[in-house]
Design a protein around this ligand. Structure first.
Ligand code: NAD
Ligand code: AKB
Length: 319
């Protein structure tokens, strides 16, 4: 029997998801098979193979792919929704041109699988707000969403034209204790736990009743790995799969935290991110993911709050 050897490149490994996904991939495939990369170096990059990579530079990307005989790429590098609105040209350049580089290098060097994260930001006013279906019309209101729609279509195009096995998830807002978010509209739902655990009041940049789809980090990592390990015949959606874990508003997450910290206080001062949030779904229909590759989330708001508080309070105590 032929043993499959995977040499994996993670691009954007220092980010909120990459800092958790990279060690998870190293657990599965072995430390020497996973190369982390990002546009900058940080201290814990010494834990394994690491390369500085600006993914908009094709030549540097190609040299890394050749150097490590890469067979799979997880392309996480992006400019998220809030930062994207501050610099739309940068968002397009990083989000779309770096993906083109990844797709082109994959064709040239026979990469077997590519993971590309999309987002609930692909939806806009033409999609139903509740239980948004897989095949909803996509008219995003942000440059981030526009770039993700382009990315999803590029993923499908490279699959149809070249047979490149690109797989994708429309992540909702991701919440985890291990890392900090990088400039999105759902970032408040991570920050609120840090404020509660460190005894501070939380000032929220969204209105109290702005409900958004969210997912706990462990579920997001589980979904990513399950999708990438599913056999190719199961993958029926080649743009990007809707994915959901839970949905809640700032008031609902606040009340779930207040059960643990009765004196915790919140105030609301909506800013430009309110308009972004208003353009996104309130909840997502992820039945295609459930049917095609058995997706099933494990965490609801109550369980997530329990774990977030337990992990963060240990960290703050030992600091
Ligand atoms: P993040 O902003 O925390 O991390 C992105 C990483 O990419 C950063 O470490 C950054 O330094 C790096 N990067 C930026 N420009 C780069 C470049 N030119 N070359 C190489 N690296 C570069 O983002 P994240 O939350 O980890 O998100 C990862 C992916 O998942 C993104 O594509 C994002 O759109 C998608 N996503 C995230 C969420 C979420 O809630 N975190 C939700 C939906 C989709
Ligand atoms: C953001 O808020 O920009 C991200 C996302 C949902 O894509 N967390």
């Amino acid at each position: 029997m032929e043993i499959e050897i995977n040499n994996i490149l993670v691009i954007g490994s220092n980010g909120q998801i990459g800092s958790v996904l990279t060690p998870a991939l190293r657990e599965i495939h072995g430390k020497s098979s996973v190369v982390a990369s990002d546009i900058y170096k940080k201290q814990d990059n010494a834990d394994g193979l690491f390369e500085i990579l600006d993914a908009t530079d094709f030549n540097v990307l190609e040299n890394i792919v050749k150097k490590y005989a890469i067979t799979q790429i997880y392309h996480l590098a992006a400019i998220l929704s809030a930062k994207g609105e501050e610099n739309p040209q940068l968002a397009w350049d990083v989000n779309v041109n770096s993906l083109m580089n990844v797709l082109e290098v994959s064709i040239k060097h026979n990469i077997k699988k590519v993971f590309y994260p999309s987002s609930i930001a692909v939806f806009g006013s033409n999609a139903s707000l509740f239980n948004t279906p897989q095949n909803a019309n996509l008219n995003p209101a942000t440059i981030y969403g526009v770039s993700k729609v382009a990315g999803e279509n590029l993923a499908q195009y490279y699959f149809l034209k070249y047979g490149l096995d690109v797989r994708s998830l429309r992540y909702p807002g991701i919440i985890g204790y291990q890392s900090l978010p990088g400039g999105g509209t759902t970032d408040y739902a991570v920050d609120i736990y840090h404020k509660a655990v460190s005894g501070d009041e939380f000032n929220c940049f969204l209105e109290s009743d702005t409900r958004l789809p969210m997912i706990y980090m462990d579920d997001a990592i589980k979904a990513t790995i399950s999708l990438m390990e599913a056999s190719p015949e199961c993958i029926k959606v080649r743009t990007s799969y809707n994915l959901s874990g839970m949905s809640f508003s700032p008031e609902e997450i606040y009340l779930s935290i207040k059960k643990h910290y009765p004196n915790f206080k919140i105030s609301y001062k909506p800013d430009f991110r309110q308009n972004i949030a208003n353009s996104w779904p309130r909840s997502i229909d992820d039945s295609s993911a459930k049917n095609d590759w058995n997706w099933k989330p494990s965490y609801d708001l109550k369980n997530m709050t329990r774990v977030m508080i337990s992990k963060l309070s240990k960290r703050y105590k030992s600091a």
